[in-house]
Structures are given as C-alpha cells and as structure tokens.
Ligand binder design. Structure first.
Ligand code: SF4
Length: 476
C-alpha cells in the first residue's frame, strides 16, 4: 500500500498517525487500524488498507490495455477542504481528459431493492427489520416486483446508535453483494442478495409473473380458444376472466356465467378478489374455487370446462361443471397443460436487484473544484460523466447530484463504512481537461496517469471492465 500520510493524515509523537480522512480523526498507533479499518498505521505511515482498483479494457487492435482509476481504495478527503485524492490526466480518443477520483462518505444514501415476486412481502410502508432494528420500509410495488427502501439518513443517524449501526451493517452487506435476512412487520421473512433469487419465508422464488391476470388473458386467449370454455387467471392485482374480458369477446366466446369475488373494474378484470398473501398469484388463496362467488344457472352449463391458473403457471387446476353446475377437479388435458407450461416459459427468473442511491452534491464537490455549483451544473448538463467504481450512474433530474447505480455493475469491495455511521462509496467525475480548467478545478493537483500507475504498480488491483459497460474514462 502506498504512503497516504501526506494526503490524509499527520504524523504525531510516538509513531502515532492522525487520520483526517473523515471527521472521526482517529489517532492510530503503529500496527493498528482506524475505527473504519480503511486506514492503518504501518511503521508510522498512514496507509489505505484496501488496494486501489484499476478497471482495465484491452483494445482489440494491438492488445493495448487502457486503465481507468476508480475511487475504490482511493481514500477520502471529507469534509473536502483538500482536493480529491486523485485528479488524473489521461488521453482518450485523442482528447485530454481529467478524472477526479474519490471515495464519497454518504449519510444520505439508501438502497432500493426490487424483488421479482408477486408474493405479499408486507403492507406498503411496513417497517423492514434486521436483527430487530428497523432499517427501511416497504414502498410502492412495481409491475411484477415488490420494492423495498432500505437504509437512508433517518435510520443511519436519526434513530438510536444501535439502529444506525445495524442499518449501516445491513446496507454494507447488501451493497457488497452479500445476503441478509430481513423481516417485514405484518409480512414475510425474506433473504435478499443482489443478483440472486429472493427467498421468501424459506422458499426460493423462481418465477416473475408473466403479467397481471388481465395481461395473461390477453397474451394467451388465442391459445386457449377451442380448448376451454372459461379461464380465470388469479392475481392479487387484476384477476382476469376470459369470456367477459375484451380478449374473449373479440374471439366471440360464449359467456360462461361464472362470477368472481372482488370489484369489477372493467369487463373481465377484477380487483381485490382476495387478500394479499403467498398463495395463488400473490393472493392468500390456496383453493382457487374460493374466489368464485356464483355460477349463473341460466348461463353456465353442465360439462363447462374451466381452467384456473396463477400468473406464473406455478398453480393451475382444471375443472368441469357437473350436472348441478358444481366445478369438479379432473386431470388436466395435455393441450391445456401445454398452455400453462407456456405461461411458465414466459416468466423471467425472479431476482433481487439492489440499487445504491446517494447524494453527491455536498462538500465532496470542493474536492473537485473551488466553485462547486459549476460542477453540479456540468453534471446536470451531461458535460461530466459520473461513475461509481466505473459503473454508470443514473442521475435524477432537479437539484443536486442525486445518483443511483446497480451494485452488480460495481467491482467487488466497492463499499466501506465509517463510524458516523455512513457508507463510503467510490465516485469518479470524468470530463475534458479544458472543461475541468473552466470549472475552477484544482489544476495544480493534476497527476498524469502514467505517474499514478507507477506509484501503484506493486499494490493496485486490476479488474477487467465488465462486458458491455461503457468506458468510464471517456469525457462526454
Ligand atoms: S474512521 Fe477511518 S477515515 Fe475516519 S478518521 Fe478513522 S481511520 Fe480515518
């Protein structure tokens, strides 16, 4: 590891080094690490304990390897009364480029978890707990996915010390692609891990629904025509009833006279047929016939063939009405089983996705320029590329620099924490050298890429740029 004393600390008596990379200002004895374990005292020198990570791309013609310096292992200068740790000059596509590299310390940060399941994980706004502490809440569900909001400033620093520490540890694990178990008040216990299937109440989820019940009717109506007299697709959102639905009408299907529970929104589309749960289609239904409210004897007929299925095809049953118009479960014909299998085939694998979201519009901008608003505007105008560990970021419109990145795009070991508690995450701003000068950048701190590579030749970690990822070192 490189000697970082000059940038982040000061040598004191008895070989002690004071780290001033964050406001905790640890005084670190020789051979010991600071409170965050990111810095240590090695023979009276302050070192960063994690390697600086370089992302590398091999150019097809000539096999030349181009490096990009990420913020991982770069260190921080919070509250940024000093320039960022590295302000690197390189040349890309014939243009002189500057990348300002730092690790941001974020109290205002959180994780958005997208969990591809219809199963009821908990009521909207219900607290999410980890090791007994609230670390987030259930937020608005999206199409085929349940959404969780985890972390955030209120849990990190606005509650008890234990709540903050637990939240920070949970975020660090999830952002670091590790698994954690959470429990949701009034809902499920879920094991979350980025890029893996969620495990809901001990059962790994496999399929993301093909669509809502109404969408499933629309998709498969033609394949059912001639083989069924009625199809009911059970779904917690919209349960679809084929013959009433526009799709069935267009196929001139005869009305079947089965009325399902819940509130009819438009013909053949029913809301609230049951309570949310982990049964059929994200409802609490385990016996599908429970949602049939009535069968009209004037319309239905003995021998009527009824398919009931969930939106993933995991649950399906075949019934034929007897002489008294009672549905009787009978073995499903092959051609119907094939359509249920087709529903399953059209379901994508259920995954957990974790996006890290943070505000980079604070003091770290002073590490980039002495006039921070110019950086904010340049980022908002798209004149500065902002990346996290080389991974592309989504920038929110409006004020500030509020960004999101998929943790799976980020190199391993991207995140750390400090005892505030707050998360530490890599951040890089890339722009033309000419723009950097105009933004009031710290031109006297610019270091040539070659010099930096030479300094870190023995210690840097070399990661390959993930396939398909845009080159983070290109100025916009
Ligand atoms: S917590 Fe870490 S970054 Fe902050 S002063 Fe201590 S060693 Fe340095």
């Amino acid at each position: 590891m490189s000697d970082r004393t000059a940038i982040f600390g000061a040598a004191e008596a008895d070989g002690i080094v004071r780290c001033d990379a964050c406001p905790v200002l640890c005084r670190i004895r020789p051979g010991r690490a600071g409170a965050c374990h990111r810095y240590a005292n090695e023979d009276g020198r302050l070192i960063r304990t994690d390697a600086l990570v370089l992302l590398e791309q091999t150019v097809a013609a000539g096999g030349e390897v181009i490096p990009f310096v990420t913020g991982i292992g770069a260190g921080t200068t919070y509250p940024d009364y000093k320039p960022a740790p590295f302000i690197v000059q390189s040349r890309h596509a014939g243009i002189d480029t500057i990348t300002v590299v730092t690790e941001g310390i974020f109290s205002y940060c959180g994780l958005k978890a997208k969990i591809d399941t219809d199963r009821h994980l908990g009521p909207e706004a219900a607290p999410i707990r980890h090791k007994g502490e609230q670390i987030g809440h259930v937020t608005t569900a999206e199409y085929g996915s349940q959404m969780l909001s985890i972390g955030g400033v209120r849990h990190l620093t606005g509650g008890s010390k234990r709540e903050g520490a637990t939240t920070c540890a949970a975020m660090l694990a999830l952002a670091g692609k590790q698994a954690i178990e959470v429990s949701i008040d009034g809902g499920a216990t879920v094991i979350l891990q980025a890029g893996r299937a969620p495990i809901v109440n001990g059962v790994p989820e496999t399929r993301m629904r093909v669509g809502c019940g109404s969408a499933a009717i629309g998709i498969f109506a033609q394949q059912w025509q001639g083989h069924v007299d009625e199809v009911i697709v059970v779904d917690d959102h919209i349960t679809g009833v084929l013959t009433e639905h526009q799709a069935g009408r267009c196929l001139d299907m005869r009305a079947a006279g089965l009325r399902v529970r819940g509130r009819r929104t438009t013909p053949g589309r029913y809301l609230q047929v049951a309570h949310p749960g982990s049964g059929w289609g994200g409802t609490d239904i385990t016996d599908p016939l429970a949602i049939i409210e009535s069968i009209d004897p004037k319309t239905a007929w003995p021998g009527l063939r009824l398919l009931m299925t969930s939106t993933t095809g995991e649950d399906a049953a075949w019934f034929v009405l007897d002489e008294a118009l009672r549905p009787v479960a009978v073995p499903m014909p092959e051609e119907i089983a094939a359509t249920v299998a087709r529903i399953g085939e059209n379901c994508e694998p259920a995954l957990t996705s974790i996006l890290f979201m943070a505000g980079a519009g604070g003091s770290l901008r002073a590490g980039v320029t002495d006039n921070p608003i110019l950086l904010t505007r340049a980022v908002q105008d798209g004149r500065v590329r902002i990346t996290m560990g080389g991974a592309p970021c989504t920038l929110w419109p409006g004020g500030g620099i509020t960004i999101m990145a998929d943790v799976l795009d980020m190199p391993d070991g991207s995140f750390g924490s400090v005892p505030t508690p707050a998360l530490v995450a890599p951040l890089e701003f890339t722009m033309t050298a000419e723009l950097y000068a105009r933004l009031g950048g710290h031109m006297d701190q610019v270091v040539a890429m070659e010099a930096l590579l030479a300094e870190y030749a023995a210690t840097a970690r070399h990661d390959a740029l993930p396939e398909g990822m845009p080159w983070p070192g290109a100025a916009p």
